[in-house]
Design a binder for this molecule. Sequence first.
Ligand code: ADP
Ligand code: ZN
Length: 295
Amino acid sequence: MKIYGAIEGGGTKFVCGIGTEDGTIQETVTIPTTTPEETMSKAMAYFADKGVEAIGIGTFGPVDVNVDSPTYGSVTSTPKPYWSGYDIVGYVKRVLNVPVGFDTDVNAAALGELLWGAAEGLRSCLYMTVGTGIGAGAVAEGKLVHGLTHPEMGHIIVRRHPEDRYEGKCPFHGDCLEGLAAGPAVEARWGVKASELGVDHAAWRFQSYYIAQALVNYILILSPEKLILGGGVMHQSHLFPLIRMQVKELLKGYVHHPALDQEIESYIVKPGLGDKAGISGALALAVKAAEALEV
Ligand code: ADP
Ligand code: ZN
C-alpha cells in the first residue's frame, strides 16, 4: 500500500505523520514550532526515509492557498515571529520532490472529516476549532472553500452578550468571535483556566451564545450539511447541548430542515476523527495531491 505524509502545522507544535489512503494514520511525531528553518528541517528529516507518495500540509495561517499566486504555499501576514513570508510548500518540494497538498489547518480538518469522519458521505461540512484561536474551514459542493484568500471565520463580528464586560483579546479586532470566545479569552475574562471552570459557571452561557451566533451565520451563509466542533475548549462536552439550544433560539425557525428541526444532536457534533481531525486532514490533502497528478 502507498504511504502518504501528513503535516499539521500549529503555532506551538508541528505534528508529522504517515498514513494510507483509507485514512489510517500509522504513526506521528511531534516537533516544537520554533523558527521555520529549524522546525521544517526536523520535519523533513522525519520524512526522509518514509518513501511517501505525496505530502499534505494543513497549517496555521494566514497562508497563500491560491495556486496561481507567486507566493502560493507561503505563510503571509502572521504575527508569529519568523514565519511571515516563509515558503513552506517550496521547501518541502525542494527537499522531498513529491506532490504537496496545502491548505489551512481548519480546511484540512474539514476535508478529513468529510472523507473519513463525522461528515463521511456528504458533499459539504464545516469544521470549527475553538482552542488557542478560533477558525473554521469548509467544504462546499465537494470542494474546500477558497476565495480571494481563504475564509477567516474565527474573526467574524458577533453580538455581545448583554452581561459581558470583557473587552476582548484579538490583537486585530478586540471583541471579534476569537477575541471573545477562544480559550485565552475565556481565561482572561474569568482569571481561571478554561479547563478548570465548573460546568455551572456563567462562562459557558457566554461561550455557547458566541459560538452559536457563529454557527448561525455559517448556516445562513454556507448551509453546510454538518457542523463539526473541535479544539481544546470543545472538550467541555456540556457545551454541545447549550450550543444546539442557542442555535435553535437564534435561528427562530427561519431555516427549516430535519437536521435542524428534529436531529440537531447529529447535526452539530464532535469531530468523528477526535483530536486526529487535523493530522487526518493533512493526510487527506496528500492523497488529493497525488490523485490530482494521476489525472
Ligand atoms: P491549539 O488551538 O493551540 O491547537 P487546543 O485546541 O488544545 O490547541 O486549544 C488550547 C486551548 O484550549 C487553551 O486555551 C486551553 O485553555 C483550552 N482547553 C484545553 N483543554 C480544555 C478543556 N478541557 N476545557 C476547556 N478549555 C480547554
Ligand atoms: Zn479578530
